[in-house]
Design a protein around this ligand. Structure first.
Ligand code: ADP
Ligand code: MG
Length: 597
């Protein structure tokens, strides 16, 4: 716009200076203006004007440099002359000169202004097919005589049609003639209405795209609405980043457009290239991350596979598995934990196996001994009964003074001892049938204690009772249970040798599923090797005639028969604790809950 305006100023200044020339004023005063022709012709050529014309103060042409022979017509319709004659001031602007006006000046100008329209893609549709009028930068200035009276006017102009000076100057000044792929990056155009009359936008064949038309949407905004357009637009045959501005006459009527545009291709190429680079980098990154994640996941899934197969083997019972994963991540940690778990399981499994074999051997041994004992006892019982009966008869029948009396009495006494042993054996072999009753363990324990406490061996023993008052009733054989308690309590008294503390306690678990009786003494304790054998029949540490070694064996059998257990804890020199544990059986369950063996 500034470059365009500078041309308007140039034309205006030229006509003003011309009008101010003393020689012109003198010639006007003496009515010999024709004498100025040569001088004015030179000014016109030097200043690049296409038109230079002088009128008198009524607007009648008195000198036309282009066509000196044609005089006398008035330029009253010329808006510059009209302005100057009425306001007496110089003026410059853009205007439209019609074909007749141009023709009067010179056929050359008329020819330069004439355009046959050339159609291009996206160009505005128009009914007319040619343009004969021209667009001009024009200016006029008043001529005064020496008394400052208005005597005439000077009118000058540059026809813009096919005049490429302004657009090329814009291209050179603003864009410095930069090129991209052989095309000018920066372009400028002057439109007359919608037709390119001066431009450096080129057509395919390399010629200037004059005679082509603007796009409809740009026209609608700039010419119809009078607003600037700053956006991308399709110009002749390429996309440009453009700016359009209306060109107006003195009275403000829009008659054309001033345009500058940057070839978009350069920027869209940069955009495309950036995009491609970006896509390339992204694709490369994607491929790299795929490769990395493939190896990572292969490592992980391989490790997990090892763990899975090890777990399967373990589930099948093969406990000596070891997972060989050495990575330092969570998987490695998991594998370590897995190996630790496997070895812990292995250890526990071995202990369990050991324990089970021991238990099986123990119960097998007890069973065999039990059968043997039962058989022997049964066979021996009848002849022994005979010995006992006949020895008793003998004791009754011979006189007390008989010297054999003592011997017979010894036979009877020893036979009674044998009988007791046999009964013990039969008890152990569970030949006797238990009589199950629903009863309270606390009272059985209390009764048993009352029975034994009166014996002399208990005189120096302190008995501490600690009974759980919430102990539930359960189904059991009270007589057999009393026998068990008696055995253990007497053993305790013997171990304390009649001096010490006997603690007897009962208790139950919160769910009342079993009851326990704990009998603790402060006796001599049991050594480790004996601890394993105390439930064996005939195992005793007592002198012959004192212990039979059947007490604990029988108690074990009774507890087993009740579905319970008997446990022992002992420390040599400190004392021993026996714990009886029995399941709580409700009366209704009596039938099915018992009789197990
Ligand atoms: P016996 O009492 O006839 O010896 P038991 O079967 O009752 O037979 O006991 C076996 C052995 O267990 C006893 O000889 C004794 O060595 C040991 N024993 C049992 N109870 C105790 C106890 N409270 N303190 C120390 N040793 C005991
Ligand atoms: Mg005993």
């Amino acid at each position: 716009r500034e470059i365009y305006s500078s041309y308007i100023r140039h034309v205006r200044d030229t006509v003003r200076i011309t009008a101010d020339r003393t020689t012109i004023r003198q010639a006007m005063a003496s009515h010999h203006i024709a004498s100025e022709y040569a001088k004015l012709k030179r000014i016109k050529e030097e200043e690049g004007l296409d038109i230079l014309t002088l009128t008198d103060r009524s607007g009648k042409v008195i000198l036309r440099i282009n066509n000196p022979g044609l005089l006398g017509d008035t330029l009253n319709d010329n808006e510059f002359i009209k302005y100057v004659l009425s306001l007496k001031k110089a003026i410059g602007s853009t205007t439209i000169a019609d074909a007749t006006e141009l023709q009067m000046e010179s056929p050359n100008l008329a020819k330069r202004a004439h355009f046959k329209f050339i159609d291009t893609p996206k160009a505005r549709i128009k009914a007319e097919s040619e343009e004969t009028a021209g667009m001009m930068i024009g200016a006029a200035a008043p001529i005064f005589d020496f008394k400052d009276n208005l005597v005439g006017a000077v009118y000058g102009g540059i026809l813009l049609n096919r005049n490429y000076e302004i657009v090329d100057k814009i291209k050179q000044t603003v864009f410095q003639g930069m090129k991209y792929k052989g095309k000018d990056i920066g372009t400028a155009t002057i439109f007359q209405d919608d037709v390119r009359i001066s431009t450096n936008v080129l057509r395919e064949d390399g010629s200037r795209a004059v005679g082509t038309r603007i796009a409809e949407n740009v026209y609608a905004r700039v010419v119809v609405q009078g607003l600037p357009w700053i956006d991308r637009a399709f110009v002749v045959n390429n996309w440009y980043i453009t700016a359009y501005e209306p060109i107006k006459t003195i009275s403000g009527k829009i008659i054309g457009i001033l345009y500058v545009g940057l070839l978009e291709e350069k920027y869209s190429d940069i955009k495309r290239q950036t995009m491609l680079t970006f896509l390339g980098v992204t694709a490369l990154g994607l491929v790299a991350s795929l490769v990395i994640s493939y190896f990572l996941s292969r490592n992980i899934s391989r490790s997990i596979g090892k763990l899975v197969s090890a777990s399967r083997q373990m589930a099948r019972g093969k406990l000596d598995v070891h997972v060989d994963v050495k990575s330092r991540d969570e998987i490695g940690e998991l594998a370590g934990t897995f190996n630790f778990m496997a070895s812990a399981l292995r250890e526990r499994d071995e202990k369990l196996k050991e324990f089970a074999t021991k238990k099986i051997m123990e119960s097998e041994r007890l069973a065999v001994i039990g059968q043997l004992a039962a058989g022997v006892a049964h066979e021996v019982n009848n002849p022994l009964q005979g010995i006992l009966s006949y020895s008793c008869l003998l004791v009754e029948n011979i006189s007390p003074d008989d010297p054999n009396m003592e011997l017979v009495e010894k036979i009877a006494h020893q036979a009674t001892r044998c009988k007791n042993i046999i009964r013990g054996l039969l008890d152990f072999a569970r030949q006797t049938v238990p009589e199950m009753k629903y009863c309270q363990m606390n009272s059985i324990v209390a009764e048993t204690l009352a029975l034994v406490e009166r014996q002399s061996i208990f005189h120096n023993i302190e008995v501490i009772k600690n009974f759980d008052s919430n102990l539930p009733n359960t189904v059991l054989d009270p007589a057999q249970m009393q026998q068990v308690l008696m055995n253990i309590i007497i053993n305790a008294a013997e171990a304390m040798d009649g001096q010490g503390t006997l603690s007897v306690a009962t208790r139950t678990d919160p769910a009342k599923e079993f009851i326990e009786v704990e009998i603790a003494d402060t006796g001599l304790g049991i050594s480790k090797e004996n601890l394993e054998r105390i439930f064996d029949p005939f195992f005793t540490t007592k002198d012959a005639g004192h212990g039979t070694g059947l007490g604990l064996a029988i108690s074990y059998g009774i507890l087993k028969k009740h579905g319970g257990t008997i446990q022992v804890n002992s420390e040599v020199g400190k004392g021993t604790t026996f714990t009886l544990s029995l399941p709580v059986v409700e009366e209704a369950e009596k039938e099915k809950g018992h009789g197990r063996d």
